[in-house]
Design a protein around this ligand. Structure first.
Ligand SMILES: Nc1ncnc2c1ncn2[C@@H]1O[C@H](COP(=O)(O)OP(=O)(O)O)[C@@H](O)[C@H]1O
Ligand SMILES: [Mg+2]
Length: 250
């Protein structure tokens, strides 16, 4: 698999505290990769650093051969990196379909996205994304009427609508029911190999369904990476989770 993203000896510090402490990692084009680790391990900071939201003290983030360090977030998104945050960020007063349409048109810039009507190709893409997120039944309803899980799926559809080669997801199943969580795993699997997906998660049933390599972060470094079963059996992984909340135990 050709390399898509490479993290080289990355350091991100907050007031002298190294949230990322010399992290190196790589992601290939079109694959799913999972990041786990105890609270405070640096998982969200890594996603922040990739999209230009955290200031990098040293090291590099290389995406498709290009160094991202120092670029503004809008530029990084335009280069093909999409990120979904923990909290849904949909526009509640717009319809479900219009939220997706905005994402599809955003590549042209925000102003263009709000102006004019959709081209035929864009309309088709909106339909595809609504179907992907299982929101195609009543596309005209206001986003505010959606359940929490549906809003999460809508936001996922919006991130995919930006057509990023790399999609970063921070705890995408937070607050979802078991059934919604299972469907989200299927949805993510359907995104590859068109997109590469990096998922931060602590729901191990969900992680298992992704059937993807699992990287364990601890103290801002990569502790180990491998298939879920191997990572779960790793004595060092068990140790870093000791004393943590039960639902986080690997
Ligand atoms: N904006 C920030 N300012 C100061 N400290 C931060 C900030 N963001 C994260 N941290 C600290 O960096 C460490 C890693 O945080 P984070 O990346 O959120 O961990 P995780 O997502 O793995 O739970 C934590 O100790 C956290 O308190
Ligand atoms: Mg986090």
């Amino acid at each position: 698999m050709p390399e898509l993203l490479r993290i080289d000896d990355l350091v991100v510090a907050y007031d002298g505290f190294r949230a990322l402490d010399g992290l190196s990692w790589a992601v290939g084009a079109g694959e799913i990769r999972v990041l786990i680790g105890p609270n405070g391990a640096g998982k969200s900071t890594l996603l922040d650093a990739i999209v230009g939201k955290a200031s990098i003290a040293s090291g590099q983030v290389v995406f498709e051969g290009r160094r991202l360090r120092g670029l503004p977030e809008s530029r990084i998104v335009a280069l093909g990196v999409g990120r979904k945050f923990q909290a849904p960020g949909v526009l509640e007063d717009l319809s479900v379909a219009d939220n997706v349409a905005l994402a599809v048109r955003r590549r042209k810039g925000w102003l263009a996205a709000f102006r004019g009507s959709l081209e035929a190709g864009e309309r088709e893409r909106v339909r595809e994304l609504l179907a992907l997120a299982e929101l195609d039944e009543r596309p005209g309803r206001r986003a505010a009427e959606l359940s929490h899980g549906q809003k999460q799926r809508l936001e996922l559809a919006m991130v995919v609508g930006l057509s990023p080669r790399l999609i970063l997801l921070d705890e995408p199943t937070a607050g979802m029911t078991r059934r919604e969580t299972e469907r989200t795993a299927e949805l993510l699997r359907s995104l590859v190999p068109r997109h590469a997906v990096v998922v931060v998660e602590h729901d191990m049933d969900f992680v298992e369904r992704l059937e993807a390599p699992v990287a364990v972060l601890h103290l801002g470094r990569l502790l180990t990476e491998g298939p879920l079963a191997q990572v779960r059996a790793d004595e060092r992984v068990r140790e870093v989770y000791l004393g943590r909340r039960k639902e986080q135990a690997a």
